[in-house]
Design a protein around this ligand. Sequence first.
Ligand SMILES: *Cc1c(COP(=O)(O)O)cnc(C)c1O
Length: 374
Amino acid sequence: MNKIPLAVPHMSGEEQKYIQQAFDTNWIAPLGPHVNQFEANLAMYTGAADVAVTNSGTSAIHLALTLLNIQSGDTVFCSTFTFVASINPVLYMGAVPVFIDSETDTWGMSPIALSKALKDAASKNKLPKAIIVVHLYGQSCKMDEIMALANRYDVPVIEDAAESLGSTYKGRKLGTIGTFGIYSFNGNKIITTSGGGALVSNDVSQIEKARYLSSQAKEEAPYYSHSEVGFNYRLSNVLAGIGIAQLEVLEERIAKKRAIFEAYEAAFENNSKICFLSEWQETFNNRWLTTVLFEKNSPEKMMQQLAERGIESRRLWKPMHRQPLFQDVAYYSENREGSNADILFKKGLCLPSGTQLTDKKIDYVCKVLREISK
Ligand SMILES: *Cc1c(COP(=O)(O)O)cnc(C)c1O
């Protein structure tokens, strides 16, 4: 049997058509009709008023922070339980992250911990300039609670929906609820342009500004004219072509991802040793990766034993407050006794979730899991 990867890019076959069009018309250089089309299609799909596509999800977060006018020394509240790319742009701004714990229903930012942190910040007259929430593994955070707190203290919210394109909260696509949302089209995400991202907002003027900032802040003039620091963050026209074709199959990919999750869950229905992240009320999860928590087994050992049988798995995100990079960063946990994000890291694993997985291979993974989790 071939090795079973965690997840690999899954092309639809139509990508070549758009790439060929870009070549035929020589729209190879940045920008061009595919970029505009991909942006329009993404706006249509997500329901956001406007979308700017970028060369990565990370650069989309950096643009969002720039548009929010974050200054050196400002604080930004961030989920501790995430990939480092959610936080690095805060450091690019010279700003200071403050980490917030997860809650256990969605694994997203805990409104209880957030409330504590906001109250504390208000009392010190040092409210954050932004809150970055992360919708992990396709699962929406508790957005009503988070938005209510953010609105009470008048702090804008950026939704890092890099892993959650197509997922919803109360019928709204993730990424469109806060002031800004971002998506990633990196190779490991649910759809990919090989590398890419998007910034979305319901404020059209902010997205227009994002396009300008991400093209070296080049002003309208018959010569090169610049008054602000810009970036080279636009998605190329060739890659946007791949994105158009990938977006056409997103619903199909989500259906397959959800079927994979359901197959795993059904296989361990009466097994108390393995727990799944269930879909929180009024949310729809794209099931980017199926994740499990082991009640007894060590995920590190499980990962090793799976690898010995040709199955790739991966640990859940190691919390940011545990990273050497962030040794001195403040952290608010939900409970005084311990940290939910630490427990998730200690117990969790991502299972193979590639959309090319066959039923036979899922059965094989389940069989191995059953054997080694005894
Ligand atoms: C992938 C990812 C990003 C970064 O996206 P890139 O396109 O790789 O820059 C940001 N946040 C989270 C949670 C991610 O999973």
